[in-house]
Write a new protein. Sequence first.
Length: 477
Amino acid sequence: MKRILFASSETHPLIKTGGLADVAGSLPIALTGLGQDVRVIMPNYHDIKNCEPGRYLCTVRVNNCDVNLLETRLPESDVTVWLVDYPPFFGQPGNPYNDENGNPWPDIGDRFALFCRIVVEVAMNRAYLDWKPDVVHCNDWQTGLVPALLSLEDNRPSTVFTIHNMAYQGVFPSSTYTLLNLPGQLWHQDGLEYHGMLSFIKGGLSYSDRITTVSPTYAQEIQTPEFGYGLEGLLGHRQHELSGIINGIDLQVWNPETDQKIAQTYNSKTVAKKALNKTALQARLGLPVSAEIPMFGLIGRLVDQKGVDLVLSCLKEMARMPLQFALLGSGDTSIQVRLQDFARLYPEKISITIGYDENLAHQIEAGADMFLMPSRFEPCGLNQMYSQRYGTLPIVRKTGGLADTVVDALPQTLADGSATGFVFNDAVPGALMETIKRGLVLHANKQLWQKLQRNAMSKDFSWENSANQYLTLYHEI
């Protein structure tokens, strides 16, 4: 049995801004299910909810601050959560990175430096908890100083650093280094210094024993200038310690057989019943009701990263074809306005819902025939996995986790039963449009389509699968 300290700036369902929270809320539970002793450590934010209030454990002094450690647990699990309680930093309303008005916290560097210091004290068994981990698993830049600070310790635990998105790096002016009172021996170009500035993520990339990211393809991509954001050289240098492990999905929340949010439950044997979800969705969205017409869905942030501009370029041509399109999302205001214009022009074909609605998200996953996800980059992605589980075939660009989880429907993959969706290479509207047409051709063949749906629905996207891969990694180090 391994003792694992899992450090994260956010954890679902306590507090969430993105995919990191889903991993921190699921992977520790899956590892515990495999017999490991896992503790999650995160800041005690003002806006934490869905858990019992933390029980006081002890007070640890770091950098002239007295910091309390509180203990609670992940809901409906046996996983202990240690909350780093320091009200001057974490006691105001807002999310981990922004205040309640959406402005970045001005002292965000101080906040996460303090958090990292406490993680180190716990990891070295200096926090009166009588528990020392074998592995400290750090996530994203907010925990990047942990492997760096641990590198200065004797008899330290092993460290794993997971990159959820290379675009966020935690870079601060060099003066911050002095203000944070960090050890001088870490300030050099192979350490925390990055072009004269302080880089938190470099602490994780330079000092951790192993680096992981959330898909094998993304692990390759971040070693290139396009996706490495200036750190591709360092990642290339450490490629032998770098690997990709796909995130799992919550198989209880996303299960067409038991989903209470959809009109009609079904499984791979009763996939014909899926059509009832389409007609219910059409009725809800005010589209003409027809079980036969192919329906495309899209759920996501309306930003360039997600390739929504490619979809916008295709909508006019799509509106002239026998199909329907349902979108749910929010983001860039100009994108929202253009989408709503299309919905007004083609009310029989296009439905646009701005915002987020969990029930509607499930209904689109269950009701659509195909799901558009033409991302420019996608470290892992979840919706393409939800879609396959619901027998809704994803149309994705060959990047990151999309490339690793969707098998393109080609003559060979159709023959061997591995095809689960449609994949295109170039981030241009023409390539997306050709793939949509390819999907429509196959959709017209009912027998073949059901075979594709069953292929997709039989894939294993469980967290247990991912947890086993992490466990192998912990044992290797």
